[in-house]
Write a protein that binds this ligand. Sequence first.
Ligand SMILES: [Zn+2]
Length: 247
Amino acid sequence: MSNELPREPEDKRKAECPYCHQALPRIPAKKTKCPHCGQVMYVRTRPKDRARVVVTQDEAEKIEEEWAIVSGTHDAYVTNKQRIEDERIFLRERFSGRDPSDRDIQWSLLNKDSLKYAQRADWGLYRNARFDMGEILRRELKLRPALEMYLEVCYLDLNGPRNTGGLTDPCLLRQFPPFDPRDAFLAPAVIGVIDALASKLQLDRDSLKRLFIEHNVRIHKALHLPLVPEACWPILEKGVQQAHDTP
Ligand SMILES: [Zn+2]
């Protein structure tokens, strides 16, 4: 790592496509499609000279890797990249040779993560993986499955999920239970999303309650959570109402 003072990024962007090198109507300010060749161009700052440049996807990935080295996260970056590539190979085999999409890979890895966290009783991490799955569903406009996932996240949150790292000693587990409703919380951002999705799906409060109970009865049974969904609903309902009333 150098001791140089951080420099202001120097603008080296040009109105030229990095793929086909044709002139562009204007200098790209962000991710843009070339009107000539249809390829997607990226705007990035290079770590070595702090210059802002218009680059191809491959170059953008290279710059991302350079940044990872600079910030000392290169090992994690390589491990993660390797994990993604391994999963791509695994899924390609499962799909009988068809290439999996990035989404397929992400989803599959999150499924594996959830399973691993559940086995180790790392319920805080498990909850985060489920939240990420909700985000994927929401981006894909799978509104109802997304809503169910967020309702599950809230149900987990209200049970106070903890990371126990595979603790098995019964004495310690009594002292540090994997779920403790005294640690219960609700994330305002998640509640806001639930309110917005319920509106989009035209679900009134009773229908939302039914969805919350029906989905989470299964979760309660599978994960042996201390609080039943019926006990959690009034707290969530209050949160949703507050989110709804606050513009
Ligand atoms: Zn082009």
